[in-house]
Design a protein around this ligand. Structure first.
Ligand SMILES: O=c1ccn([C@@H]2O[C@H](COP(=O)(O)O)[C@@H](O)[C@H]2O)c(=O)[nH]1
Length: 307
């Protein structure tokens, strides 16, 4: 899957991932009206609305982007119907040739991590048969339980040729409370990055590892250091756009081959129609606004590289 991700990025010249983080407030009224008419103002109605909203965005953008990143929390808030919408979204995006990065941020004691890994990137055995619970190609993983929590993901990813992005330095304002703490003069996030690099050596694709890292766009100086510590790991970079990360600061997240990082934008793309810059599209054409926002993001990144 890392090879497919790299190939998609190269083919489209777009190191961009669209975050599918639907909140009901983002969904245009006409979509909600139709969903509620069919299922009532229920969890099923909400799940139908977010699925239809996602489908519109995928249809309008799939030819421009290599991957999508559905954030599972946005679906879990609607319980079981929400998870059904998550799965439908992943399957549909996959049918359009997109790589699926499930932002699930899991990680636990070994036996529990194994179940998470099987459920999201592996296959579960039921009697003599096996099934995929969910169908992501990559998942995000929390490393703070140590290698016990990571190894089961590695085993499943190796079997299935799937991958993971391990949280190294997150984009949020308080990420430094723990991640920046120093041990013998070295920040914790650098220690995690060193582990990511060494785990990554065990699971190499053609040029990059199946094991990548999450580093926030909001911490570009750290991104520069971390890029060097993990030269063969793809970096998933959230925090561009809605969280204030800017294209001009992102060059250090990339390697000299022009690869090695993929920049996420969720609200900036899926809620584009609500922004002044895209108000001409209106609610009815929310998906066209998202398409334009992807094109603008691509141009924004390109201009920043050129400079
Ligand atoms: O450090 C991290 C890790 C993950 N995220 C996730 O990325 C998106 C960002 O959404 P925006 O609307 O583009 O701000 C969201 O799913 C987060 O949970 C992150 O922001 N930072």
């Amino acid at each position: 899957m890392i090879n497919q991700l790299v190939n998609n990025i190269k083919k489209l010249d777009a190191p961009i991932v669209v975050g599918l983080d639907p909140m009901l407030d983002y969904v245009p009224e006409y979509i909600k009206k139709a969903a509620f008419a069919e299922y009532g103002e229920t969890l099923e109605g909400a799940a139908e609305a977010i699925w239809q909203y996602n489908k519109g965005i995928i249809d309008a953008t799939y030819d421009l982007i290599p991957a999508v990143k559905p954030q599972i929390a946005m679906y879990e808030q609607f319980g079981v119907p929400g998870l059904v919408a998550f799965n439908k979204t992943c399957e549909y995006a996959k049918s359009k040739g997109l790589v699926i990065i499930g932002d699930i941020k899991r990680g636990d004691i070994g036996s529990t991590s194994k179940a998470y890994a099987i459920g999201h990137v592996g296959k579960v055995a039921v009697g003599s048969k096996t099934y995929s619970g969910f169908c992501e190609d990559f998942v995000t993983v929390n490393p703070y339980l140590g290698s016990d929590g990571i190894r089961p993901f590695m085993e499943v990813c190796k079997e299935e040729k799937k991958g993971m992005f391990i949280l190294v330095k997150t984009s949020n304002p308080s990420s430094g409370e723990f991640q920046d703490q120093e041990i013998d003069g070295k920040p914790l996030y650098e220690m995690v990055a060193e582990k990511v690099a060494s785990w990554g050596e065990e699971l190499m694709g053609d040029s990059y590892s199946y094991i990548g890292a999450v580093v926030g766009a909001t911490y570009p100086k750290m991104g520069e250091v971390l890029r060097k510590i993990m030269p063969k790991s793809y970096i998933l970079v959230p925090g561009y756009g809605a969280q204030g990360g800017q294209a001009k600061d992102l060059a250090p997240f990339f390697n000299e081959d022009g690869l090695g990082a993929i920049i996420n934008s969720s609200r900036g793309i899926i809620c584009a129609y609500k922004q002044d810059a895209y108000s001409q599209f209106g609610e009815e054409n929310y998906a066209d606004a998202s398409r334009q926002a992807v094109l603008d993001m691509k141009e924004d990144l390109k201009q920043a590289w050129v400079k």
